[in-house]
Ligand binder design. Structure first.
Ligand code: 5GP
Length: 190
C-alpha cells in the first residue's frame, strides 16, 4: 500500500531490537485519513471472504479494527483484553501471549459472549513480528469453535517468522506493508 509505505518512510523511526516506531500515525497519535485507506485496503484484500466479526488486541489494534469494520458491513469488533478487571465476565477465553516489545508474557482474555461457534472472524493487528499475538488470537477463535477467515496486518516485519507460523495453519495472511530489512534509520520494503 503506497500511502502507508510513504508514511513509514517519512515518519517511522527505527529503534534498537528491530522495533519500528510509528507512534505519529498508528500507535499513539492516529491518522484517521490513513486509517480509512487502511480499512478500504483490507476490504479489497479480503473481499472474497465472509466476515461477521473482527478480532484484535488492545490497544493499537482497536483503531485499525474499528475503522476497517465499517467496510465489512459494520461487522462487530472484539478486542482481547490484557488486564483482569471486575468488569470482565467470569466466562472467558484466555490465552498466553509473549510480547515482542515488552519481552514478557501476558494473558489475553475475551468474554465468551462475544465470539461464538459459527462466527467468521477476521483477525487484525498493527504489527506482525514473531506471530505470538496473532497465534494467541487464533487460539481464542479456536476455543470458541469459530472460524478464522484470515489475518490482516498493517506492518509486517518480513524478516521475522510470524507469517510462516500463521500460514502453517493454512490461514491467509495479508500485510499492507512488508519490511524486508531495517537498520539504523533506514527501512527497505519487500
Ligand atoms: P508478534 O506477536 O508478532 O511477535 O508481535 C506483534 C505485536 O508486537 C504487535 O501487536 C505489536 O503491538 C508489537 N510489535 C512487534 N513489533 C513491533 C514494532 O516493530 N513496532 C511496534 N510499534 N510494535 C511492534
Amino acid at each position: 500500500m503506497k500511502l502507508l509505505k510513504e508514511k513509514i518512510l517519512s515518519e517511522g523511526r527505527v529503534k534498537p531490537h528491530n522495533i519500528l516506531k510509528v507512534d505519529s500515525f498508528l500507535n499513539h497519535q492516529i491518522d484517521v485519513e490513513l486509517m480509512n485507506e487502511i480499512g478500504k485496503e483490507f476490504k479489497t484484500r479480503f473481499n472474497d471472504k465472509e466476515v461477521n466479526k473482527i478480532l484484535t488486541i488492545e490497544a493499537s489494534g482497536i483503531a485499525v479494527a474499528s475503522i476497517t469494520a465499517q467496510y465489512f458491513d459494520n461487522s462487530k469488533v472484539v478486542f482481547g483484553k490484557k488486564t483482569e478487571s471486575l468488569n470482565l465476565d467470569d466466562d472467558i477465553y484466555k490465552t498466553e501471549i509473549h510480547s515482542f516489545t515488552k519481552n514478557k508474557n501476558y494473558n489475553v482474555m475475551v468474554s465468551k459472549r462475544f465470539i461464538n461457534n459459527g462466527d467468521k472472524v477476521l483477525i487484525l493487528d498493527d504489527f506482525l513480528a514473531n506471530g505470538c499475538a496473532a497465534l494467541g488470537l487464533i487460539d481464542i477463535v479456536k476455543q470458541a469453535k469459530a472460524e478464522v477467515v484470515g489475518v490482516g496486518i498493517v506492518i509486517e516485519k518480513g524478516f521475522q517468522p510470524g507469517r510462516a507460523e500463521i500460514e502453517k495453519f493454512g490461514i491467509k495472511v495479508e500485510s499492507l506493508a512488508i519490511i524486508d530489512k531495517m537498520d539504523d534509520n533506514k527501512v527497505w520494503f519487500k
